[in-house]
Write a protein that binds this ligand. Sequence first.
Ligand code: BES
Ligand code: ZN
Length: 899
Amino acid sequence: MLLLRDANTPAAVIRREDYSAPAFWIDTVHLCFDLDPAKTRVLNTMTLRRNPDVPAQALRLDGDELNLARVLVNGAGTSFKLDAGQLVLENLPLEGRFELEIFTTCAPAKNTKLMGLYVSNDSFFTQCEAEGFRRITYFLDRPDVMASFTVTLRADKTKYPVLLSNGNLTDSGALDDGRHFATWVDPHKKPCYLFALVAGQLVCREQRITSRAGKDHLLQVYVRPGDMDKTEHAMTSLINSVIWDEARFGLPLDLERFMIVATSDFNMGAMENKGLNVFNTKYVLANQATATDVDFANIEGVVGHEYFHNWTGNRITCRDWFQLSLKEGLTVFRDQEFSMDLCAEPSARAVKRIEDVRVLRTAQFPEDAGPMAHPVRPDSYIEINNFYTVTIYEKGAEVVRMMQTLVGRSGFAKGMTLYFARHDGSAVTCDDFAQAVADANPDSALAKLLQQFKRWYSQAGTPRLTTSTHYDAATQTCTLNFVQSCPATPGQEAKEPFVIPVSLGLVGASSGAALPLQLQGSSAAASDSHLFVMTQAAESITFENVTEEPVPSILRGFSAPVIVDFDYTDAQLLKLLANDPDPFNRWEAGQRLALRSAIQSIMAAGPAASSLDAAFISAMRSVLRHPTLDAAFKELVLTLPSETYIAEQLDVVDPQRIHAVREAMREQLANELAADWQWAFEAHCQNGGYRPDTLSSGRRALAGLALNYLCLAARASGDAVWPGRAYQRFKDADNMTDRFNALSALVHTGHALATPALARFHSLFKSEELVLDKWFALQAGCTDRGGQVLPAVRQLLKHPDFNIRNPNRARSVIFSYCSANPGAFHRADAAGYVFWADQVLALDAINPQVAARLARALDRWKKLAEPYQHAACEALKRVAAKPDLSNDVREVVSRALAD
Ligand code: BES
Ligand code: ZN
């Protein structure tokens, strides 16, 4: 595929099969920076040698937006040329090491892409993954070239008192003219994407810890001077991460000094640069006044994630970017496990699992079914930034989780140990990882099925598992029949069967009891749960001594990333909802019931209405009032499937119909459970002194949901009591979770009190940028009632606090509207799509990476009903017609428009 970048430069497709080892190795790098926002000088002195395994050829160093001043080889001038951004050196020594010195300048203050070296709030930051290092100096910018880095930073001492880079500080001191310097030596070899520097006016919270082996380490969290009171949770999360990785996987901290630095201008969430993680402020700063429970939980997960990369990503890295899931899928799996292991109660583990699956199913399943579908290990890309996807991350984590399921928890830990024994210090592939886990468990199903299992890496698309049962009361046997299939995806027509670990159980259709499972032909003792490892296109298993008609509980804990089709009756689902010992499937039963009712109403003729039946309402009441289930779980069960998830189940999508039906369902739940919501609110609204633990977070979440439903019911009845109480709670809350939930209840129900509440919220928090992001996002994500959201969004863009150059702010307004508010975005008058196209084009001129993410909001346009489909196509075409579009956005819109 050739995509036209402009009239004559086609954007190249990079293919996995074209991988070849680098022609040169870079052993050492010394970087010397003279930091200046307008013009930073970079002196890069490297030692290189030829790679003897590769035919002799020219050295081609990557570069992007650099001004080249000088090139010396072993101290002498040399001939070179510039070819498509690369610096090409033809006449290099054939034998031995040589020194290459390159002097360049760049302009950090003008760097709006936030890749490479840039300025944020008068401080310097870098972001090099995936290909940002080439914007700092000419280099072999690929992850399989690992070098030892020494970095000297020089800058004005008053403006930039703190000078940080990877590794250990070995020297520092004063220079002339009010400048100073610091030299950092990283004891570990690393690919250049893990390089980082930070310079500015920062303060830090620090903590010394001693590892199990008795080594001392210094942990630091750097923030702007006013933000010290928001660093405790990040530090606690970091300490917990260090302890956990050592306890669960025997992986200790390998650095004397580990630093986290927060910046408010960041394209992503956070970055694992060796010993110097750079974080979006959103994933560092928190105190009870400014951050919600969800923020606290996210910080714990992201701090863990980046810390865990120190081993899975940094010590062992990726051979090429096609192997991205090697580090990202594995590290997401690790951060999920970390958060689960930190849960005090088993029910909280289940809640975390449900939340993770919800992300997978609302974001990754649609990706897998759309124009950007790609395997966990892609075969080609145009812009690597477009492949930091939910498939690489979340599906990749599910693939690792399935490996753990197939080899057991301790078998998986053994696999990790073997992986490090074999590959520590090198750049490897997804195959190497899977092989290590299998080899460490030679008798496991994974080892026996490894080649087939690896289809999870090579085949895109979400498999469908169609299941049926047959119960024979006379013989007391129950047979489960499974058929798997996987739809075609771009470039992959036919799929081979996957290895699907199906965790399952049987629940008595009348008793509701967990029935013992005795597999036919197996001598193993009966158990409550069975792991069926499916490998064929169609298979059956039979259980004996099944004393009662059973309801199958399939795919417990969501044991594989597949869609389960089973023709449950409502009565069966109600049984599972009330009795399944597996909390995931208990929740799933409720979601299936709600989904079924939603789809019936969507398909029905006439105005949108809710048709939740009495049995469902009463089941929801039982869950809500249940004496032992915890609040967080109740909140998940009582939350209806999202509009995006409902849309995913339909072949033709009318977003307005979905929105109207779901709102009608919410109103029905609000009205018919009014007394129960009132009880739930009263019973959960007082939670003592604030602590962001899972138990009290769950209580606040349930109280928040209850308040939302109570305000919704009040909207219909005109009652003023609950909106009044919500306003009061909004004013009096001692924490952001309760305050924001109360504000949301007023805003989403469109109550008159929303206006003064929003104004008050803004004036209270006008100097807290992360809180202002919430203020913007709430309004842009507001429930649409007749089209009021888009005009409000247009006004927000004109607000003095809006700044499209700040990714967090752009996301809080533009993405909250286009990507997270389908009922407001998909307008019959096409105005939402026109807005989208305008914003994609505006952002593309500033920050293509962020623009390309926004571009994906129209991925699923082909599923839309008219008039939406035609209008969305026009908007995509308008973006695609722009001649000087970035590769990032061009790749996304071209794929969307391809047939
Ligand atoms: N390595 C990534 C950060 C990254 C992604 C840099 C893409 C450059 C391009 C980091 O480890 C990461 O995955 N961050 C996530 C958060 C994480 C908790 C899943 C992010 O930034 O969204
Ligand atoms: Zn990561």
